[in-house]
Design a protein around this ligand. Structure first.
Ligand code: FMN
Length: 179
């Protein structure tokens, strides 16, 4: 299959996850094109299946991802596709936070009109050492509230790579079953 992977990112974790997915798909013998939604990504037309991912910042997905989905909505709704959401709320283990992120995802899909075959929540990363002073302060406060890491001298990656692998394999199975 010819598969397109698109990602929307601010600090790079969604890009890292997208490249991890790319490697799995390539190892399974598929032709993969990968692009950032913010840098003139290709239209879905020439592809058999698509994976689109975006991180959440301040309760919102990347606007370039939203723009792409709205622009190519008809094609997207006529091909096998999956949306992967990258956030920290999903890593918190708090029911309230998990419901909150689920609502952000549901609202996003409703607003864009995209009905992907699969949707998944992936835990992102806390990159304290890469944030500026203000971002570090805000993220420390949020993390504290959610029972997460507060030692800002190091970074924390919460992404469960095994879960990502499972998701991609299920996506492949389902996409290849579509007529
Ligand atoms: C300024 C800022 C705001 C964030 N806001 C949220 C948020 O509202 N909800 C959430 O679950 N995670 C939030 N996060 C966590 C990010 O989703 C997480 O760090 C993710 O790994 C970022 O992915 P990216 O590197 O691909 O942009 C925020 C992170 C930053 C730095």
């Amino acid at each position: 299959m010819k598969i397109l992977i698109l990602y929307g990112t601010t600090e790079g974790q969604t890009r890292k996850i997208a490249h991890f997915m790319e490697a799995i798909l390539q190892n399974a013998g598929h032709h993969v094109t990968i692009a950032d939604t913010a840098t003139n990504p290709p239209a879905p037309t020439a592809y058999d299946a698509i994976l689109i991912g975006s991180s959440i910042h301040m309760h919102k997905y990347q606007s370039a991802a939203k723009h792409y989905i709205k622009k190519h909505l008809d094609e997207l709704n006529n091909m096998p596709g999956a949306f992967f959401s990258v956030s920290l709320a999903v890593a918190s283990g708090l029911a309230e936070e998990n419901l909150g992120v689920q609502k952000i995802t549901n609202d996003f899909l409703e607003q864009t009109g995209w009905k992907p075959m699969m949707v998944t929540q992936i835990a992102g990363a806390l990159k304290y050492t890469e944030y500026d002073y203000f971002k570090r302060l805000v993220m420390k406060m949020i993390s504290k509230k959610e029972g997460g890491a507060t030692d800002t001298s190091q970074d924390y990656e919460y992404t469960d790579w095994e879960e990502v692998t499972k998701f991609v394999n299920e996506f492949l199975e389902r996409a290849s079953q579509k007529p």
